[in-house]
Design a binder for this molecule. Structure first.
Ligand code: HEC
Ligand code: HEC
Ligand code: HEC
Ligand code: HEC
Ligand code: HEC
Ligand code: HEC
Ligand code: HEC
Ligand code: HEC
Length: 263
């Protein structure tokens, strides 16, 4: 029932997003989402009346951000090189003419999405919905930022890259030291990354888990060719009764005491 309702929600969200995009883009005369936001949302007073100046202008003062940004997925979207519309840096930072004319400066006529991710949601609206699910990282509450996990100016906006499997969990360990180990008995599932079991923006399940019951674990532990098939009848019956494997395997990340992660 819950799962069905969730699916239905996802469907209505998608439909809603489609509707918004459908209205926004043509009704506003082909403007980019970033511009649409600028027109909807009251801006910092100093940014009112600002126009787009283009990435090259930004780079004349912010060389650092430019070095890797050209490889970023965001460098490839929108933007036809025209200064009349948002592209490059200004899809996230808003129109920068006043900021540039004033010689820049902190808080000076430029959006910094670290403090407020609203601009990200103009394009990633479904992410906002995820952060509203009952269990979520407190981004909308202003206690953390998208950039705690995502690097906006680098080649990979995701917290890791295909070339470094080292990376996936590192970003989480900044704040979650208990899961880092090293453990005497390591659960190999950790090598697949935290997202094997957690939905990190938000989830309907406690602890942001992907599934609330034994299905979370059985996606690996029930595979026919899996090395540790759980065949013992008592064990299987216990599992079914208790619902979640971690009522007994209380250390699913790894343990220093028990090879079966029971304590
Ligand atoms: C996909 C969105 C996005 C794009 C595109 C983007 N930025 Fe940013 N930028 C951010 C976010 C989020 C922050 C705040 C967190 C941080 O410092 O990484 C930020 C911060 C900054 C800062 C402040 C850094 C600091 O240390 O306080 C500068 C300067 C900056 N960006 C310049 C640029 C330039 C120049 C470009 C284009 C080459 C660009 N940004 C493109 C999202 C973006
Ligand atoms: C004339 C030089 C100059 C130009 C051009 C310029 N900036 Fe800046 N910008 C600065 C300076 C100086 C700062 C303050 C840096 C600091 O305090 O660390 C700054 C700060 C910022 C910040 C951080 C603001 C904050 O409140 O944290 C962002 C984001 C930013 N610039 C983005 C841009 C973008 C995007 C462009 C192009 C539209 C751009 N800048 C063009 C000089 C410039
Ligand atoms: C103008 C629209 C737009 C804005 C604004 C925007 N994004 Fe994106 N973003 C995109 C698109 C389109 C993609 C998909 C790019 C692709 O798949 O090549 C993307 C991809 C991403 C990805 C996945 C990258 C990957 O490697 O798969 C992350 C993470 C992301 N954006 C985060 C953010 C954050 C955080 C912000 C705000 C600071 C933001 N975006 C602002 C349009 C936008
Ligand atoms: C706690 C860390 C964390 C925070 C905070 C976070 N993200 Fe993510 N994000 C991730 C991880 C991990 C993934 C990869 C998910 C996966 O592969 O299952 C991801 C994936 C994405 C993607 C790629 C599409 C997808 O779902 O795979 C986008 C877009 C994105 N995040 C946007 C955002 C935006 C926008 C914010 C802020 C409003 C944000 N994220 C905050 C960790 C985070
Ligand atoms: C900048 C710090 C920070 C980073 C980075 C971070 N988290 Fe978190 N995490 C938090 C905070 C804050 C909470 C909320 C704790 C609360 O509500 O009591 C949380 C909660 C959680 C929870 C739920 C805990 C509970 O008791 O309900 C899980 C699971 C989690 N994070 C996993 C991750 C994963 C996986 C990553 C990496 C993709 C990650 N976190 C990255 C700060 C962070
Ligand atoms: C094999 C699945 C699995 C993987 C992989 C996994 N977790 Fe968990 N995690 C769980 C389960 C199950 C719980 C709930 C435990 C409970 O409620 O007793 C949990 C709970 C948590 C909590 C809440 C505190 C706690 O220990 O109960 C945090 C924080 C957390 N995980 C972070 C992470 C981080 C960070 C990673 C990646 C380094 C990660 N998890 C990888 C299954 C996993
Ligand atoms: C990504 C796949 C994956 C997921 C998901 C997963 N595991 Fe595992 N698990 C493994 C692998 C691989 C091993 C090591 C098997 C071996 O050594 O033969 C293992 C080993 C174990 C062991 C120790 C077995 C032994 O004989 O030493 C226990 C207990 C265990 N997992 C419990 C769980 C629980 C509980 C969950 C759910 C919270 C879970 N696993 C989710 C892959 C996974
Ligand atoms: C009622 C408690 C309980 C529940 C629920 C439970 N287990 Fe176990 N499990 C145990 C105990 C006890 C052991 C044996 C521990 C030992 O030998 O130290 C064990 C052993 C294991 C082993 C190792 C098997 C082997 O052959 O060595 C795996 C794998 C495992 N459990 C996975 C799971 C999974 C997956 C779930 C959920 C589907 C689950 N368990 C639910 C108590 C439980």
């Amino acid at each position: 029932m819950k799962a069905k309702r969730f699916l239905f929600l996802r469907f209505t969200q998608a439909a809603f997003l489609g509707l918004v995009l459908f209205c926004l883009v043509p009704c506003a005369g082909g403007i980019t989402p970033a511009q649409a936001l600028v027109e909807q949302k009251p801006l910092a007073v100093s940014q009112k009346g600002a126009t787009y100046v283009g990435t090259e202008t930004c780079l004349s003062c912010h060389e650092d951000q430019g070095k890797t940004f050209k490889l970023s997925p965001h460098a490839k979207i929108a933007g036809k090189g025209s200064t009349d519309e948002a592209n490059g840096c200004e899809i996230c930072h808003g129109p920068g003419s006043i900021h540039a004319e004033n010689g820049g400066g902190k808080g000076n006529a430029i959006i910094n999405p670290k403090k407020d991710p609203t601009i990200c949601f103009t394009c990633h609206m479904e992410k906002k919905m995820e952060f509203r699910l009952p269990n979520h990282h407190p981004v909308l509450e202003g206690k953390m930022s998208c950039t705690d996990c995502h690097n906006m100016h680098s080649e990979d906006a995701k917290p890791w890259s295909a070339t470094s499997m080292e990376g996936p969990n590192e970003v989480c360990f900044k704040c979650h030291k208990d899961q880092q180990g090293p453990f005497v008995y390591e659960h190999p599932a950790m090598r697949e990354g935290c997202t094997t079991c957690h939905k990190v923006h938000g989830s309907i399940n406690a602890k942001m888990l992907l599934a609330r019951d034994f299905n979370l674990c059985l996606k690996c532990h029930a595979q026919a060719n899996f090395p540790t098939l759980v065949e013992d009848d008592d064990h299987t019956n216990n599992m079914k009764r208790s619902g979640a494997c971690w009522t007994c395997h209380t250390k699913p990340h790894g343990s220093n005491f028990a090879s079966k992660f029971t304590y």
